[in-house]
Write a protein that binds this ligand. Sequence first.
Ligand SMILES: [Zn+2]
Ligand SMILES: [Zn+2]
Length: 120
Amino acid sequence: MLRVPPWTRLPLTLRWLRADFRCELCPPPPPHVPLSFGPLAPRSSASKCHASTFADTEPQLDQDAKACCSLCAGALQDEEGPLCCPHPGCPLRAHMICLAEEFLQEEPGQLLPLEGQCPG
Ligand SMILES: [Zn+2]
Ligand SMILES: [Zn+2]
């Protein structure tokens, strides 16, 4: 099921509740789906977002109050947190929506981007 639409593009986690029941799936799950083990964590930590390619902004970037999106040049809102590039020294800061639209140019018709090359 993880290999067919719409699930194959969703930000899912494959969790084995008991490690002794784990087996290799064939076909394997999509590469963006992380594996986890054990019972579900309490709700408070379950809501934490896990971005694999782009990390949320570090708190130290908050001092740059005039930060602008590298793609649309609009102001970056503090509450949502801009996306930044994991490559050291890359200046890219972008709205999540702007980066999603950039990555989806390779896959018109899709709603959720899975991967893309940093425009910075
Ligand atoms: Zn933007
Ligand atoms: Zn970059």
